[in-house]
Design a protein around this ligand. Structure first.
Ligand code: FRU
Length: 424
């Protein structure tokens, strides 16, 4: 939003491309990249609220951090309305599917705490009503800043518009639990610019959200990933040779895939506090492949940059497809070039027999992958479903060079700390 000249002068990089040829390699139900079946008998975290995107408290380097022995997670959260006449069907029964599908419009940031890294206890809302400037509090990242317990919560303020914002508060612990205090002043950071990142005016279905700040382990500077779409009027994008990639004869036809324009955005901080940011060109684009690369995040391992992002079946372009789940790319330096993990990008997808069982995966540096339960079939035909709105079983993956492998399954919502900070 500011017009300070770029530190970089020239564009420092070309976006890496997730091509249609890469996506043709995506195969659902490969056991090494498929999430184990989630049973329809799952426990729910709360009968009062739905939760979905889960954001574990971490430090700026990505390590999941507990404070005074308490683990803390933030979740997008919405009330359940089992008794609200608005959500009763013609027979007077609670229409939980409709209630669940409407949740995005009333998403609020809540927090939970635990001594065991699971069995989460509800702490409450992070910000009081009226603090956040828009209706929807969408996903982001809570960062523990220091031993005083200060936390910067980066998130997305949506409707009207979509602005990356931050709010600073503090985590306070007692022997009985955790409270979050002082999240009272929300600071807008930036919005899509229409030059690198698509705006609402260019496309009513634009995405601009899900900030994930981090310190580059190599250059030590503060950066932020976020979800975007490539700038330009809807329908104006070209799916050319580069976006198509090296396809076999007969696969050159791209249909209407110009409408799918996802990208992983990146910004660099001009200050150490992360109050002043400059957007840079996307790290990765998926023009002609997919319309959403959501909640991008990194695992830094073996000197490499493992970039993960979640995506959906319904956001794939004509002629390519893949399961709902988390996809990944790897590079030797922050600005790439990135290549898709496992050849295709697919790291952990839903099994085709339960295509909506989980979503919003977050790969942690210890190889554990958390996600939420969306819906699980309760009969063989898949016509009856049970809505989740709760934590899924955590999955363990091994990241090895250009490949990943599913190697373990843990308890529901198991998010153990990687380090503990004793507050002063
Ligand atoms: C992922 C997501 C995020 C967004 C939120 C909205 O599940 O779509 O990209 O911030 O959910 O509810």
């Amino acid at each position: 939003m500011k017009s300070t000249p770029s530190k970089f002068g020239k564009t420092p990089h070309q976006p890496s491309l997730w091509t249609r040829a890469d996506a043709l390699k995506v195969h659902a139900d490969d056991p090494t990249t498929t999430q184990p079946l989630v049973s329809a008998n799952f426990p729910v975290l709360s009968d009062e609220v739905f939760i979905w995107d889960t954001m574990p408290l971490r430090d700026i380097d990505g390590n999941i951090t507990s404070v005074d022995g308490w683990s803390v997670i933030f979740t997008l959260t919405a009330d359940r309305h089992p008794n609200d006449p608005q959500y009763l069907d013609q027979n007077g029964n609670y229409d939980v599917i409709r209630d669940w599908n409407d949740r995005h419009g009333r998403a609020k940031m809540y927090y939970w705490f635990s001594r065991t890294g699971k069995d989460w206890k509800l702490g409450g809302r992070v910000m009081a009503e009226g603090v956040s400037p828009t209706v929807r509090e969408w996903a982001g990242t809570p960062i523990l800043l220091n031993e005083q317990g200060e936390v910067d919560l980066y998130y997305t303020a949506v409707t009207p518009g979509a602005t990356i914002v931050k709010v600073r508060g503090r985590v306070v612990t007692t022997e009985h639990g955790v409270s979050l205090v002082g999240f009272e002043k929300v600071k807008p950071l930036f919005e899509a610019d229409g030059k690198m990142y698509q705006t609402e005016a260019q496309n009513a279905f634009w995405g601009f959200r899900d900030p994930w700040p981090f310190r580059d382990p190599k250059d030590g500077k503060l950066y932020m990933l976020f979800e975007g779409n490539v700038a330009g009027e809807r329908g104006s994008h070209k799916v050319g040779k580069a976006e198509i990639g090296d396809v076999p004869p007969g696969y050159e036809e791209v249909g209407n895939s110009r409408f799918q324009t996802a990208c992983v955005g990146i910004a660099v901080a001009r200050d150490e506090d992360g109050d002043d940011w400059e957007m840079l060109p996307p790290l990765l684009t998926a023009i002609g492949v997919n319309d959403q690369t959501e909640r991008p995040h990194f695992v830094f391992q073996d000197g490499k940059y493992y970039l993960f992002t979640i995506s959906h079946t319904f956001t794939y372009a004509d002629g390519v497809t893949g399961p709902d789940g988390v996809y990944g790319f790897v590079a030797d330096s922050l600005f790439g070039p990135y290549v898709p993990l496992n050849g295709s990008g697919l790291v952990l997808g839903n099994p085709s027999s339960q295509p909506f069982q989980t979503y919003s995966h977050c790969v942690m540096p210890n190889g554990l992958v958390t996600s939420f339960i969306d819906s699980v079939p309760t009969d063989d035909t898949g016509t009856q479903i049970r809505i989740g709105g709760t934590e899924a079983p955590t999955v363990g993956i091994k990241i090895k060079g250009l490949q990943t492998f599913v190697v373990a399954e843990y308890d529901y919502g198991y998010i153990p700390p990687m380090l503990d900070v004793t507050l002063k």
